[in-house]
Design a protein around this ligand. Structure first.
Ligand SMILES: Cc1ncc(COP(=O)(O)O)c(C=O)c1O
Length: 436
C-alpha cells in the first residue's frame, strides 16, 4: 500500500541541529580509518552546557503529580510570574493577560506565523528555525541582507527601502537580539531607529529575545518590547539562560495594542493544536520566573563564562590567517568569515559553504560547524557559525567558583582549563587552512 504524504512536507527538511547530529553519527560509524579520532570538535551545537538550576528541577519533581489538563495559554500563576519577571529584568510593563506560554519559543513563533496575517521580513544571516516554519505554512517572506561592516545588524535605511517596495499587506520583522549566529547585541539607539521605521510603516516586530539574559554586559540589553510596545511580540523561554531546553517552555508577551480577540485567537489556536503545554513544567516555570538569589547568581556566573569563552574563541579564530570573526556580546555564537580563502578553497573543490562544512567534518579534521543555508546565508558566502559551548558546564562552574578569573591572563587560563577540546579544535581548523 502506498502511503502518500502531503506535498507541503517536501518544502521542509530536517532542522539543522538534528541534521548535523545524524551526520555526525553517520561519520562516526564510517570513520574506521587508522588514526581516526571518533570524537568531534563540536562547534555546531547551540545548547547550554550548564546544568539546570537545582531549584527549578526540584520544582519540576515536586509537581510531577499534577496530571490534569490546564489553560491553553498557561496557568494564571505562571503568567503572573512571567509578567513580574519581564518587568524586573527588562522594564516591560505587561499584565498576565498579555502573556502566553508555549512548548518552547519555537512553537510560539509558529503560532504567531500561523495567526498573524501578512509577510515576514527575515534578515540574512539568521537562525535556521524561522524559514522552514514559513515554508511549511506557505507564508510569504522577504530576505533582508545585512553587512559584515555593520556587524550583520539590520540597517534601518535598508529596512525602510524594503518596506516601501512591499505591497503584500501587513509585515512582521524578525529581530533576534542577542543574535544567533553573530552574537551581536543591538544598542538602544539602533533599536530606536528600527522601531521608528516600523512605527511609520505600520510593521510589526517579532523580537526573538531568547538569549536576552546571556548578554555579557547585561546592563546594555534593551528589549524591543520597551521601545515599541504597541507593535512587538517578545518571545523568550527557559532553554538558553536557565539551560532547560528539554523542558520546552517558552513565553510570549503580546503587543500592548493587541485586542482581546487576538488573545482569544491565540487561546483557541493553542487549544486546537495541543490543548495545553505540560502542566508540571508550567508549575516548575513559576519557580524559574520568580525572584530567587540562587537563580540570579547562576545567571551572572553562566553569562560571565559565556563572555570569557566568546572573547577567547573569537580572538583565536580571528588570529588564524584568512579568518575574521564577529565579536560576540551575548549568546554563545560568533560568525567566522572565510571568504578571503575562497580561491584556495575552490582549488580544492570546495565550491560552496556547505562543501566547506563537509570538508571540515571529514577525516582527519572532524570539526563540526554550521554554514550556508543553515544560517540563511548564500551558498557562495564562505562563512560558518561557531558555537562555543562544547565543554563540561558543571566542571566549568565549579572551576569558576573556585578561581573567580578576573584578569586577561586568568580568563585565558580559565578557558584553556575548562574547554581544552575546543582549544584543540581551533588548532585543527588552523591546520586545515594550512593544508589548502
Ligand atoms: C535564535 C533562537 N531562537 C529560538 C530558539 C528556540 O528556542 P526554544 O527552545 O525556546 O524553542 C533558538 C534555539 O536554538 C534560537 O537559537
Amino acid at each position: 500500500m502506498k502511503i502518500i504524504a502531503e506535498p507541503r512536507i517536501d518544502t521542509i527538511s530536517m532542522p539543522e541541529n538534528v541534521r548535523i547530529g545524524l551526520m555526525l553519527r553517520e561519520q562516526r560509524g564510517s570513520c574506521s580509518l587508522r588514526g581516526c579520532n571518533e570524537e568531534f570538535f563540536g562547534f555546531a551545537f547551540g545548547q547550554s552546557p550548564f546544568p539546570i538550576p537545582k531549584i527549578i528541577s526540584d520544582a519540576l519533581a515536586a509537581h510531577a503529580a499534577k496530571g490534569h489538563y490546564s489553560d491553553a495559554t498557561g496557568i494564571p500563576e505562571v503568567r503572573e510570574a512571567i509578567s513580574g519577571f519581564y518587568h524586573r529584568h527588562f522594564g516591560i510593563d505587561t499584565d498576565a493577560d498579555r502573556v502566553i506560554v508555549g512548548n518552547g519559543s519555537k512553537e510560539l513563533m509558529f503560532l504567531i506565523f500561523s495567526m498573524i496575517s501578512g509577510s515576514v521580513i527575515l534578515p540574512s544571516p539568521s537562525w535556521i528555525g524561522y524559514s522552514p516554519q514559513l515554508r511549511f505554512l506557505g507564508k510569504p517572506h522577504h530576505l533582508l541582507p545585512t553587512r559584515s561592516e555593520n556587524d550583520y545588524k539590520i540597517d534601518p535605511t535598508d529596512l525602510e527601502a524594503l518596506l516601501t517596495t512591499l505591497t503584500d499587506g501587513q509585515h512582521i520583522l524578525l529581530l533576534n537580539n542577542p543574535n544567533n549566529p553573530t552574537g551581536a547585541v543591538y544598542s538602544r539607539d539602533e533599536l530606536m531607529r528600527i522601531a521608528e521605521v516600523c512605527r511609520t510603516n505600520g510593521a510589526l516586530v517579532l523580537a526573538d529575545e531568547i538569549y536576552a539574559l546571556t548578554t555579557y554586559d547585561i546592563e546594555t540589553f534593551v528589549s524591543m518590547g520597551t521601545l515599541y510596545p504597541e507593535g512587538t511580540f517578545v518571545t523568550g523561554g527557559l532553554s538558553k539562560d536557565r539551560s532547560a531546553a528539554g523542558y520546552r517552555f517558552g513565553a510570549c508577551i503580546l503587543p500592548s495594542e493587541s485586542s482581546d480577540k487576538i488573545y482569544s485567537d491565540f487561546a483557541k489556536t493553542a487549544a486546537t493544536l495541543y490543548t495545553n503545554i505540560t502542566t508540571p513544567v508550567q508549575y516548575a516555570a513559576i519557580t524559574a520566573y520568580s525572584p530567587d538569589p540562587a537563580i540570579d547568581r547562576y545567571l551572572k556566573e553562566t553569562r560571565d563564562i559565556h563572555r570569557m569563552m566568546g572573547g577567547y574563541f573569537s580572538r583565536v579564530f580571528s588570529s588564524v590567517e584568512g579568518i575574521s570573526t564577529t565579536k560576540p556580546h551575548g549568546a554563545f555564537y560568533f560568525l567566522a568569515d572565510l571568504n578571503e580563502l575562497k580561491l584556495l578553497l575552490e582549488k580544492k573543490g570546495i565550491v560552496s559553504s556547505n562543501n566547506l562544512q563537509k570538508a571540515l567534518l571529514a577525516h582527519p579534521w572532524h570539526v563540526a560547524t554550521v554554514t550556508g543555508d543553515a544560517i540563511m546565508m548564500p551558498e557562495n558566502n564562505f562563512s560558518a557559525r561557531i558555537a562555543f559551548v562544547d565543554y563540561d558546564g558543571s566542571q566549568a562552574m565549579k572551576l569558576y567558583e573556585k578561581s573567580r578569573p578576573r584578569t586577561y591572563e586568568e580568563c585565558n587560563h580559565f578557558v584553556e582549563t575548562a574547554a581544552p577540546r575546543m582549544v584543540q579544535g581551533v588548532g585543527t581548523v588552523k591546520r586545515f587552512i594550512e593544508s589548502l
